[in-house]
Design a protein around this ligand. Structure first.
Ligand code: TRP
Length: 358
């Protein structure tokens, strides 16, 4: 049998190609949502924020509501990629479930699960690891970036191999659509490579999943850099109205008083305008025009009001669900049970294809 990397090299997908493909996919989804199965997920490292929400969460709910079968993964093992211990896991997993329920993920239609609770999913990683070369793992730009920002003294084996684990996350349920942000493109490309190589070597078992990029532009955090939990510049969905006001009040702007929407020359002001615009479902230029020469303080008041009104019903639902931890547990148990049934069936197929079912 020939060496893995040379026969079928992995070609990186460019962002523009992924965007073009995503708009074709949107048409196919509207025409026939039943053809698609989605898997996407998050690491349980704290509360989700507005960057996640407008980047991908909102899109997930939309797709679920269109009738696409949806699996939502809480990637608890992945937390260990860049830290030595996964702290507060139970709490963070519950926070994620709460965020999901609050934004409208419906556990009757969508399967919410944690991958550590699905042994057959994890077992897929073993044959998958045999299908990728070390050089390919070392080239992954997202992994390289994570290593550069890692808080660990030494880079673990899991750091290099987690994209292969992610392939198992996606392929265990034969998902064919993965709605994620751009940083996840290399991982989905690797998943496609793993699926293709498995199918070539052992017979067709897996689909080759597509990325679905959301067209929402990137939101900046309150310090003008990418919104991120670890940078302390994020507005959590679960934050209360006062905390939201305080965070937005402290946001970086610029010295020019007249407010205009200019993402290139005035990125911080533009990001605030965009946030208000997304919450009010209108164009950022319209928000800018309304504020005009009233300045940054008026802009921040507008953004605060827009965010707090938009999130009010989400926050109210979240608070209600937070009262009933037993219900959260029940949702996870049911989701894990469903995911296990699907993973067990796929593993049998995989072992059959590999002639390893004794
Ligand atoms: N890597 C993703 C993140 O950091 C989380 C994740 C794990 C994921 N497995 C996945 C996303 C599978 C999509 C599909 O946000």
């Amino acid at each position: 049998m020939s060496a893995i990397a040379t026969t079928t090299p992995a070609a990186p997908i460019s962002i523009s190609a992924a965007q073009a493909r995503s708009s074709d996919l949107e048409e196919l989804i509207s025409a026939d949502p039943g053809q698609f199965r989605i898997l996407t997920g998050d690491r349980p490292t704290g509360r989700l924020h507005l960057g996640h929400y407008f980047g991908t969460l909102h899109n997930r709910v939309r797709l679920q509501d269109l009738g696409v079968e949806t699996y939502v993964l809480i990637a608890d093992y992945q937390v260990l990629t860049d830290r030595d211990v996964a702290d507060n896991l139970t709490e963070y997993v519950e926070e994620l479930v709460l965020d999901y329920l609050a934004i409208g993920i419906d556990p009757a239609r969508s399967t919410i699960f944690t991958h550590s609770a699905v042994p057959a999913l994890n077992q897929l990683m073993l044959p998958f690891l045999s299908l990728v070369s070390i050089a390919e793992l070392e080239r992954n730009p997202t992994v390289k970036d994570e290593i550069a920002h890692s808080r660990q003294a030494a880079v673990s084996g899991l750091m290099y191999t987690y994209p292969v684990h992610q392939a198992a996350d996606i392929l265990f349920c034969k998902a064919n659509l993965v709605p994620v942000g751009r940083d996840q493109l290399p991982h989905v490309e690797l998943t496609r490579t793993v699926a293709r190589r498995f199918n070539e070597r052992y017979g067709v078992v897996f689909p080759r999943p597509d990325v679905l990029l959301s067209n929402a532009p990137l939101l900046l955090g309150t310090d003008g850099t990418k919104m991120s939990k670890s940078r302390g510049n994020a507005i959590a969905l679960a934050a209360d109205a006062d905390e939201t006001a305080r965070l937005i009040k402290g946001a970086t702007t610029d010295v020019e008083r007249h407010i205009t929407y200019d993402p290139v020359a005035r990125p911080q002001v533009a990001s605030l305008l965009l946030l208000a615009a997304l919450c009010q479902d209108r164009a950022p230029e319209a928000v800018a025009e309304e504020i005009g020469s009233a300045g940054a303080a008026a802009l921040k008041r507008t953004v605060t009001d827009a965010v707090n009104s938009y999130l009010a019903p989400i926050r109210a639902r979240r608070a209600e669900y937070a009262e009933d931890r037993g219900y959260l547990r029940q949702i996870l148990r049911a989701g894990n049970e469903r995911a296990n049934a699907v993973a067990d069936a796929t593993l049998v197929e995989v072992r059959q294809a590999m002639d390893a079912l004794y």
